[in-house]
Design a protein around this ligand. Structure first.
Ligand SMILES: *Cc1c(COP(=O)(O)O)cnc(C)c1O
Length: 430
């Protein structure tokens, strides 16, 4: 099994050396619990695999996967930069002590005020369209201003249609065939285009399309260099590396992948005489996805036409199953390796029928009061959570070799309404 399930000597699920039952007891449920070392291991595995073959290599963590500041701090300590897709994420990077030069802002349909904010913060700007480039020229003096472009290499890949971000249907980036023209336009305007970028999609376990896209982007970059004289400082292949969510999905074997990608990279650099630009990757899910468990308490067991295990979290807490039909493995925290004895639906507490964490899921015996753990809840989990049904956002804890820190307080009911303003004429008079 390729999933991250560890037990302690009591047979309970262990999260970074802490007992899942004790975490739930102390901090309440629903609770996101993150194993710090897992994030460090994921980063080091990926970084070492590439850096060993090519020294000018930099990882930017795509922090939309999880913007908890402690998690960004961990990755900053490891030497990682961040890929930010909104001013809020640039702000998160700065709050977490990230060098602004290691923050790459890749926006989509960006407005002028947002570019202004990003420039003032000192982050790098990755431009998505000619429209954005022209507006940028009015906001900043283009003379010598460093930019990069996101290019659509006409290849896409991902775990769901909505997570594919390359190809003819994609709203992202400039077209492959207009790239040379756009780079020379930027140069003529006075900009210093130093980078080229792609991101083809999220959650792929087959490396074929990614390899193809790397090839294509390198040819585009090479053509730009030859026709415009632009020397790239960095070439960014985006993220998207998947992780296994089901017990029988494979782990990406990163060593041979790194070797293959770097081989393509080096030979294209040589072919087009491009020097030694920094190679960048922007993983989100790969770094944090399997570091975190969502703990939820079973509050009802209902036997009707189907058997439902009802828990105290919902798609407001973790939306991926409802939104992408994603599989998240579920274990019973006091017996994560017990034999399955029944097939049940694991349902959340939101008032919508689509609020299920698992349909027809084989599970061991479960009773009210049991604790379940939903695996792989580190990426696109808390960061997509909402207050729907007026439920406060859950707490997050970070575990480091058994030491536990609260890294986000659970919200309370007053927090839910703290930004609302009732006009005086509607206030209750008594
Ligand atoms: C979302 C995103 C990523 C990371 O995607 P993962 O699948 O989490 O690796 C990288 N780059 C950009 C521009 C993104 O929008």
């Amino acid at each position: 099994m390729n999933l991250n399930i560890n037990t302690n000597d009591k047979g309970n699920l262990s999260i970074g050396g802490a007992d899942a039952l004790e975490l739930a007891e102390e901090y309440g449920t629903p609770l996101y619990a993150t194993d710090e070392n897992r994030i460090r291991e994921n980063f080091q595995r990926l970084n070492n695999a590439f850096i060993k073959h090519y020294e000018n290599f930099q990882i930017f963590y795509a922090c939309k996967a999880n913007t908890n500041l402690s998690i960004i701090r961990i990755l900053e300590e490891e030497g990682c930069g961040i890929d930010a897709v909104s001013p809020g994420e640039v702000y998160a990077g700065i709050m977490a002590g990230m060098d602004p030069q290691k923050i790459l802002f890749t926006g989509n349909n960006v407005k002028d005020e947002e570019m202004d904010f990003v420039i003032k913060s000192g982050a790098r700007l990755n431009v998505d369209s000619v429209s954005q480039l022209k507006r940028l020229a009015k906001i900043v003096n283009p003379e010598g201003f460093k930019i990069s472009f996101r290019v659509n290499p006409m290849v896409g890949a991902g775990h769901h249609e909505h997570t594919i971000t390359g190809g003819k249907k994609s709203k992202f980036g400039i077209m492959d065939k207009e790239a040379v023209e756009v780079y020379s336009m930027a140069k003529e305007m006075g900009f210093d285009p130093v980078g080229i970028h792609m991101h083809i999609g999220s959650g792929f376990l087959d490396i074929g399309p990614f390899k193809l896209a790397v090839n294509t982007l390198m040819d585009i970059a090479g053509e730009i260099t030859q026709k415009t004289g632009i020397k790239f400082e960095f070439i960014d292949f985006g993220g998207g590396m998947g992780i296994p969510y089901t017990p029988d999905e494979n782990i990406l074997d990163i060593e041979p992948i790194a070797e293959e990608i770097i081989k393509i990279y080096k030979s294209k650099l040589e072919e087009y005489d491009m020097g030694e630009p920094t190679m960048c990757l922007e993983p989100g899910r790969y770094l944090v996805g399997d570091s975190t468990y969502l703990l939820a308490r079973v509050n009802s067991v209902k036997e009707g036409y189907k058997k439902f295990i009802g828990v105290d979290a919902g798609f407001n807490t973790l939306i991926r199953p409802a939104m992408y039909d994603s599989y998240h493995h579920i274990v019973i925290a006091d017996k994560p390796e017990a034999k399955t004895t029944q097939t049940v639906d694991v349902a959340g507490n939101v008032c919508e029928s689509g609020d299920l964490f698992g349909r027809d899921r084989p599970l061991p015996d479960v009773k009210e009061g049991d604790l379940i753990a939903i695996l792989n809840s580190g990426a696109y989990s808390f960061s997509m959570a909402s207050r729907y049904n007026s439920r406060p956002m859950p707490a997050e804890v970070l575990v480091n070799n058994g030491e536990v820190d609260l890294i986000r307080e659970r919200e309370n009911l007053a927090d839910l309404f703290s930004n609302q303003i009732v006009p005086p004429r509607l206030l209750k008079k008594d």
